[in-house]
Design a protein around this ligand. Structure first.
Ligand code: PEP
Length: 250
């Protein structure tokens, strides 16, 4: 069965609530492509206005992070219930910026993965190597570890619905897209890792995105690869360019 492409924007720490509504209104007509799942992952404060502004469109809304407890004394965190009640369907987990600046580990990512599934939120779990790891030749070892720990105790049925974003750290926000061959090689390696953890059926179902300076020019070739099921897009998701990325196949 062919996997449906999924293209998600990661707004990072950009857009005030009023700017967010304006951007959704601009992008709404540009991202209509029924062959693609389109997700806007937005800052927590933008979620409610973006859900409202996206009504009647094909845009689904995601969060950029989530805590792994239900409620309580966790100042500054946001719970899965808060997200689902606001209309969130996806959550980005373990983005390299969170791992680097906010001490996110594969263990905390795993806790968040389990909690997201419990609440019916689809995780977009990020993984990816540094330039140093790539040069040392340990890219796949590192990513396999991130994937294996991230998916600990996740059932095959849950894993089938998950999204993994392969994002080489050296390509994020740098304007340096991985070559199509590099991106496909790692996405294929991730799928093989899912076969090892689960089975062929799970690996066939799970969707694997590429992320890292994707733009309207690089998207068509990247997304045409057999193991690349779409993209996680940072900078370009804040511009009308995102419409061209979503319509990469038109
Ligand atoms: C990202 O933040 O996930 C990302 C891929 O950013 P950019 O597209 O700007 O490299």
């Amino acid at each position: 069965m062919a996997r449906k492409k999924i293209i998600a924007g990661n707004w990072k720490m950009n857009m005030t609530p009023s700017e967010a509504v304006e951007l959704v209104n601009t992008l709404k007509p540009l991202v209509a492509n029924e062959e693609v799942d389109v997700v806007f992952c937005v800052p927590a404060i933008d979620i409610i206005p973006v859900v409202e502004a996206a009504k009647g469109s094909n845009i689904q809304v995601g969060a950029e992070n989530m805590y792994f407890e239900e409620k309580g004394a966790f100042t500054g965190e946001i719970s899965p219930n808060m997200l689902t009640d606001a209309g969130v369907k996806y959550v980005v987990l373990g983005h390299s910026e969170r791992r680097e600046y906010f001490a996110e580990t594969s263990e905390t990512v795993n806790k968040k993965m389990l909690k997201a599934f419990e609440h019916g939120i689809t995780p977009i779990m990020c993984c990816g190597e540094t330039l140093e790891q790539r040069e040392q030749g340990v890219t796949m070892d590192f990513i396999r570890q991130q994937v294996k720990v991230g998916f600990l105790n996740v059932t095959a049925d849950q894993a089938k619905t998950a999204v993994i974003a392969y994002e080489p750290i050296w390509a994020i926000g740098t304007g340096k897209t991985a070559t199509t061959e590099q991106a496909e090689e790692v996405c294929k390696g991730i799928r093989e890792c899912i076969v090892e953890i689960y089975d062929e059926a799970t690996a066939d179902a799970i969707r694997i995105q590429y992320g890292g300076s994707v733009n309207a020019k690089t998207a068509p070739e990247l997304f045409a690869q057999p193991d690349i099921d779409g993209g996680l897009v940072g900078g370009a998701s804040l511009k009308p360019d995102f419409g061209a990325i979503v319509n990469y196949n038109k």
